[in-house]
Design a binder for this molecule. Structure first.
Ligand code: HEC
Length: 462
């Protein structure tokens, strides 16, 4: 991907620190959003299948509300899903520059899958509503016009057929968009996790620059499981909060279903929160030793403690069949996601210290070239080198070559370095016995060094 390479500008190590913070921020927005998106979509599909099996309308209604819950705002999908992922593409392109890793490209592919998944999820949502409208209008049609048709003796077959046809179409589009949406979302998430894990594991850099290395690694797998458990846990808390707060929306539901859905969310929340610590520990074990540090361990302990707290809260709620801690659990999970991101990014920085040093050196080179280009230099310029490289072809101290010997011309410049520099920078015709001296294209600091060298050497030699 050329344009990704072109987007890379050598960065100073200070800028790289800034980039790393931005990356952290992007993930802190992206991961909770994508978790709740995945969780709601899965639960929505689960309840839809249940509705198809049992024919119970209430499951279907809940399935629809779940998908409406996460698609409340397209701006959110853009700001919390697309933009952070796109930023991480560019951040990684900078941070992994010269490493030969294709991570930014895989992240870009992950982004394309995410966009496709979002498109399908929105189709799923709209076809849900469309299907309802079709069903409703068919019913209306039956009830209202059947009478009239009987009286008039003519039926509007065309309209009936059209209704049936589009109803069917919408139905199959609905089914497919949900399933493919889920698959695309999973592919996007897996690619994202695999890429981020590969970037953090320098020991796999040499072999891992192909897609295989991204997809098949222990750490990618454990992080994927961690993601799924966390997604179910946080989505359960969101469901409890969204639907079971006092007067929050499930009014039309029968008491049995309310209880069923509540205990479903409490149970799956509790189970996934209990499963999570195992994945968090596995994730630490699957990390390369080079990425571990005291702070990574410290944050892991905090994460485990927060998980313990979250599972106790779920447990208490399940026991009391209440939802009183649901908002606390949501905050806990947002905190947990932030800690997990910080922990993993710290591990990434620890293991890529060498890469950072390499880029800093590259930046040093770049900076030097840039300065040279404008004649600004921090390194001392050697007048002797310039003389030997640029002047010796036409000048010597005591012999006439193309230009006059220096012992002839230097007397008039003694103590007038500025004038000498001015001449060297911009030679003018002086002596009719000689041709004009061509401009040597020296930068001010170089001309100055050459002038100094000439004056000193002349002093010594005379
Ligand atoms: C292509 C040959 C050539 C090169 C290379 C060259 N010079 Fe000259 N230089 C001349 C000639 C010819 C003159 C005499 C010009 C005149 O009298 O108009 C001259 C004259 C000079 C003079 C005397 C000017 C005066 O006031 O009489 C100085 C000083 C000088 N060169 C310095 C340098 C320095 C320093 C360099 C290297 C950075 C350099 N030259 C490289 C050909 C050259």
């Amino acid at each position: 991907m050329d344009f990704l390479e072109q987007s890379v500008l050598p960065q100073s190590s200070h800028h790289m620190v800034l980039l790393k913070y931005l990356l952290m921020l992007a993930f802190i927005l992206y991961i909770p959003y994508i978790s709740i998106l995945f969780g709601s979509l899965s639960y929505s599909l689960f309840f839809k299948r249940k509705a198809d099996k049992t024919g119970l309308k209430l499951y279907k209604k809940f399935s629809k509300e779940l998908i409406d819950m996460i698609t409340f705002n397209k701006g959110a999908a853009f700001a919390l899903g697309v933009v952070p992922l796109l930023s991480s593409v560019f951040a990684y392109a900078q941070l992994l520059h010269l490493s030969g890793l294709n991570v930014p490209v895989y992240l870009l592919i992950s982004l394309l899958f995410l966009i496709a998944a979002l498109f399908l999820i929105y189709t799923y949502k709209y076809t849900f509503h469309l299907k309802d409208i079709f069903e409703h209008s068919s019913r209306l049609y039956r009830d209202k016009y059947a009478e009239e048709e009987k009286e008039s003796g003519s039926t509007d077959e065309e309209l009936k057929e059209e209704l049936a046809y589009y109803h069917l179409k919408t139905g199959s589009m609905h089914k497919r968009s949900a399933l493919y949406g889920l698959i695309f979302l999973l592919v996007s998430v897996y690619l994202f996790i695999g890429s981020v894990q590969l970037a953090a594991d320098t020991s796999r850099w040499s072999e891992g620059s192909n897609l295989f290395g991204v997809l098949f690694s222990w750490s990618a797998l454990t992080y994927f499981l961690q993601f799924i458990a966390a997604a179910f846990a946080v989505t359960s808390a969101v469901i409890l909060y969204r639907f079971f707060r006092p007067n929050a929306g499930l009014e039309g539901y029968e008491e049995d279903y309310r209880e069923y859905i509540k205990s479903f969310a409490l149970r799956s929340g509790l189970i996934s929160t209990i499963a999570l610590p195992a994945f968090v520990v596995m994730a630490i074990i699957s990390k390369p030793v080079t990425s571990l540090s005291f702070s990574v361990f410290g944050i892991t302990v905090v994460v485990l403690a927060l998980l313990l707290l979250a599972s106790s809260l779920f447990y208490v709620m399940l026991k009391e069949s209440s939802v009183k801690f649901s908002s606390s659990v949501i905050y806990l999970f947002l905190l947990l996601f932030a800690f997990i991101v910080i922990k993993d990014q710290l591990a990434f920085y620890t293991s890529t210290k060498k890469q950072t040093a390499l880029l800093a050196a590259n930046y040093g080179e770049y900076e030097k070239k840039l300065k040279e280009q404008f004649g600004i230099s921090s390194a001392p310029i050697n007048g002797a080198d310039i003389f030997n490289g640029r002047c010796i072809a036409c000048h010597s101290f005591d012999k006439k070559i193309v230009g006059p010997p220096y012992n002839q011309i230097m007397p008039k410049y003694e103590g007038k370095k500025d004038q000498l520099v001015k001449y060297i920078m911009n030679p003018v015709k002086v002596d009719p016995e000689y041709p004009a001296m061509p401009n040597q294209g020296l930068k001010p600091n170089e001309a100055e060094a050459a002038a100094e060298y000439l004056l000193n050497t002349y002093k010594k030699e005379k």
